[in-house]
Design a protein around this ligand. Structure first.
Ligand code: MG
Ligand code: MG
Length: 256
């Protein structure tokens, strides 16, 4: 598909619907976050998210997404070196792990998509700093989501900050427009050149998602054909918000 042809400008009403989906997605995240502790399995976390979404009248957006085979769960749960798309299962979280939870909710035909990374119990200073840098990268990127800027301004701001601190960004996975579809245009990489790429306009809604790796930008897909991990086994983090571009400040849709 052409990412650039697929840009959809939303009305204020449509942005309100996205905001409602975002609220449910944030509630699912909150419930999962509260349950993260040593000993819990990622499949238990998945069930918690599914229940919150269904009780709110929504549907999990990731369930059934086509890859090598249909994605089998509500959340992705990516632990330590796993960057994105980790499939929930019987693995128990351990003290010192870091875990990224990505989740999407469909409500009234609109999709919200967001992710967070957190520690399990006490984590290393290295892990804590990685999460802080990834969260700050998202904040820096969101601040660039303004009419008149271009997609390259967003990626460049994230890249300068993250790579300037010696961390790495994958080139293989990117942010994206979000709306009635989970993937709309434009594609929004976490790297770029200022002044280049699609012009940002009021009414565009973007899922921005820095994916930061400590040791390398290279990734590998694991045997389950979904889970993406760092090529060198180093720690990774991923955070994401769906955001609306407005005349004023960008509006984060995936918060409570
Ligand atoms: Mg996501
Ligand atoms: Mg996304």
């Amino acid at each position: 598909m052409s990412w650039e042809r697929n840009v959809v400008i939303k009305s204020e009403h449509e942005i309100e619907l996205l905001r409602a989906a975002g609220r449910v997605n944030a509630a699912a995240h909150g419930a999962v976050r509260d349950a993260i502790r040593p000993g819990v399995t990622t499949q238990e976390l998945d069930a918690i998210a599914a229940e919150v979404i269904r009780k709110a009248g929504g549907k999990p957006a990731f369930l059934g997404v086509m890859g090598a085979y249909p994605y089998p769960a509500t959340i992705t749960a990516s632990i330590n070196d796993e960057l994105v798309h980790g499939i929930p299962g019987k693995r128990k979280l351990r003290e010192g792990d870091i875990i990224s939870i990505d989740c999407g909710t469909i409500l009234e035909g609109f999709v919200a998509d967001s992710a967070f990374t957190t520690g399990v119990g006490e984590i290393s200073k290295e892990a804590r700093q990685l999460i802080e840098v990834t969260e700050k990268a998202l904040e820096i990127g969101i601040n660039q989501l303004r009419p008149g800027n271009r997609v390259g301004d967003v990626g460049a701001a994230i890249q300068e900050y993250v790579e300037g601190l010696g961390y790495h960004l994958t080139r293989e996975y990117t942010g994206h427009g979000v709306g009635r579809e989970m993937w709309e245009g434009p594609q929004v990489p976490n790297y770029g050149i200022r002044g280049r790429g699609t012009l940002l306009r009021k009414g565009m809604t973007i899922a921005l998602e820095p994916m930061v790796l400590i040791g390398t930008a290279r990734t590998k897909v694991l045997a389950d054909q979904w889970t993406v991990a760092s090529a060198d086994g180093s720690l990774t983090a991923h955070v994401e918000h769906s955001v609306a571009i407005t005349d004023g400040d960008p509006v984060i849709l995936t918060v409570p």
